[in-house]
Design a protein. Structure first.
Ligand code: PMP
Ligand code: GLU
Length: 423
């Protein structure tokens, strides 16, 4: 303190600090980035898919099972509808929450498939379900609020929550529980600061599907608390191998507490179209529309026109894709059962398996030591040239995610390579 009271010392200290900061910025301009962005992880699914692409560009024959993207083309009748819309001049801004006709079609879909009563004004169409989720989190979460993320979870939930200053609280289940948490686990994790719960069913990355009774039990816990909201991510609704899909908002009292997320990426194989949507209580839908109005406005106009056609048509092609995924799942499970040390559950939806590969931790292959799921996926990519995503990105470091949105020959060859690399 005595030193600081000397004006020359004070000047030297301030001067040094400023020059150090300027030097840091000149040498490393990314120091300019906000703390918020510096502490944010890159999407692991997208990163792994890019790594696989980079290897492929070097001429290496890589099989990428990392990105969760249907390998089917968008059904023709949907593409045709977009072409007609373009020709008819649907090329302008749309209302921020989406075309009224599309929101009416979504409202009817919610009624038809999910027994939910979201009015068109309670629906917001976004640039993908990812944006729908971000809109809800931004609308609800203040710094310091706790958000329960049911684990294993889809990679983006935690990063979106952290971006808002929310505190993710992970409540997990491993393979012994089919990766599904119990109502008691949920109850124990709720604190005075909990504001939101996020989960997906069918689940990315595990493929687990919460049954009606399981969701009713979770809802009974949630309804015991005031002011607790839920994001129910149902984007894999149509890729469900059980007899039916159940939405948590169907439980009496839960529609007021739930933002039900869905979209066109998976069920209609429209990932690149960037169209997702959400149904929520009016006050929340209005907030999401306000957020979106400042960030991106309405989603693309002619895509929305085509999306109306997708929702209003029979789901024949959607179900054909689901059946193809089911066949691949069965084939992949059979192939994986031949790899020693792989513990696999039977996924009931989506297009992922999430094997527990912790039996390999502490072992070395071709001089490469495997101690966690990152090591495992790194080794498999570099030595077997198969792209996977490590479970650490989804909150379970014992596992890896394999996407089977790939052709049967690719899946067979991928498993052959993995098996060989682990001999
Ligand atoms: N939720 C889950 C569980 C997902 O796997 C994905 C993957 N894309 C999304 C949301 C986002 O989907 P969209 O392409 O509609 O943004
Ligand atoms: N949802 C997909 C996945 O989990 C697509 C990638 C992404 O949006 O993160 O792989």
């Amino acid at each position: 303190m005595r030193g600081l009271s000397n004006p020359i010392h004070t000047f030297a200290l301030v001067f040094n600090t400023i020059t150090m900061q300027i030097k840091d910025i000149v040498v490393n301009p990314s120091a300019l980035l906000s703390d918020r962005i510096k502490s944010m992880d890159e999407s692991a699914t997208i990163k792994m898919a890019q790594k696989a692409r980079d290897l492929a560009q070097k001429g290496i024959n890589v099989i990428s099972l990392s990105l969760g993207e249907p390998d089917f083309d968008t059904p023709n009748f949907i593409k045709e509808a977009a072409k007609v819309a373009l020709d008819e001049g649907f090329t302008k801004y749309t209302p921020v929450p989406g075309l009224l006709k599309l929101r009416q079609a979504i409202s009817s879909k919610f009624k038809r498939d999910n027994n939910l009563n979201y009015e068109p004004t309670q629906i917001v169409v976004s640039n993908g379900a990812k944006q729908s989720i971000a809109n809800v989190v931004l609308s609800l979460i203040n710094p310091g609020d706790e958000v329960i993320i049911i684990t294993p979870y889809w990679v983006s939930y935690a990063e979106i929550v952290k971006l808002t200053g929310g505190i993710p609280v992970y409540v997990g289940a491993d393979i012994s529980q089919d990766y599904k948490i119990s109502a008691t686990q949920l109850d124990e994790a709720i604190s005075e600061k909990t504001k939101l719960i996020i989960f997906s069913s069918p689940c990315n990355p595990t493929g687990s599907v919460y049954e009606k009774e399981e969701l009713e039990a979770l809802a009974a816990v949630i309804l015991n608390y005031d002011n607790l909201m839920v994001i129910s991510d149902e984007i894999y609704e149509y890729i469900n191998f059980t007899s039916s899909h159940f939405s948590i908002a169907e439980v009496p009292g839960m529609e007021e507490r739930t933002a039900t997320i869905n979209g066109f990426s998976k069920g209609f194989s429209m990932t690149g179209w960037r169209l997702g949507y959400m149904g929520a209580p009016q006050w929340l839908a209005s907030a999401c529309s306000k957020v979106q109005g400042q960030f991106t406005s309405g989603a693309n106009s002619f895509g929305q026109e085509a999306a109306i056609t997708a929702l209003d048509s029979p789901l024949t092609e959607t179900y054909a894709m689901r059946d193809a995924f089911k066949e691949r799942r069965d084939m992949l499970l059979k192939l994986l059962s031949d790899i020693p040390g792989f513990k696999v559950n039977k996924p009931m939806g989506a297009f992922y398996v999430f094997p527990d590969i912790s039996a390999y931790f502490g072992k070395s292959f071709q001089g490469f030591e495997i101690n966690n799921s990152d090591d495992f996926s790194e080794y498999i990519l570099s030595h077997a040239h198969v792209g996977l995503v490590s479970g650490s990105a989804f909150g379970d470091d014992n596992c890896i995610r394999i996407s089977y949105a790939a052709s049967e020959p690719e899946l067979r060859e991928a498993v052959r390579r993995i098996k060989e690399a682990l001999l």
